[in-house]
Design a protein. Structure first.
Length: 139
């Protein structure tokens, strides 16, 4: 009997996708807030091969549904936490996504071959529900 539900998975090769480092979520969300993560993600979606983009704060605010002041605060938090660099020229700001420093085990993918990834850091929900009670108290 064929499966009634078929899913089309994303294809990262076609250029319609971008990525952000796991550390932005795991290590920086408490520092930059949810708005900071969203603004960072928006910038990441616009960067060129040199990790640069130059949208205006008004453009970012209009696209995300925020005020310009909210975007300005988020950009300041991103800069203060070393996630972006901001260059100003006569006409606009150029935002550059900076290299994120993180612990070695944070870059590992979540699959069986990575013994360094903890159960509660994976996307494997079956394992997580079996181990959640133990993992919660081990932290």
């Amino acid at each position: 009997m064929p499966n009634e539900h078929t899913f089309e998975i994303r294809d990262l090769r076609n250029g319609d996708w971008y990525w952000i480092h796991k550390a932005v979520i795991n290590d920086y969300t408490q520092k930059i807030g949810a708005t900071g993560v969203i603004v960072y993600s928006f910038l990441a979606s616009m960067t060129d091969n040199n990790q640069r983009c130059f949208p205006s704060q008004k453009y970012i605010a209009d696209k995300l549904g925020y005020s310009r002041a909210t975007v300005n605060k988020a950009l300041k938090r991103l800069k203060d936490n070393g996630l972006i660099g901001i260059e100003r020229n006569r006409y606009h700001c150029i935002y550059r996504l900076l290299r994120i420093r993180c612990k070695a085990d944070e870059t590992q993918m979540s699959h069986r071959g990575n013994s360094g990834v903890l159960y509660f850091d994976t996307n494997d929900n079956k394992r997580r529900t079996k181990r959640l009670s133990v993992a919660t108290f081990d932290r």
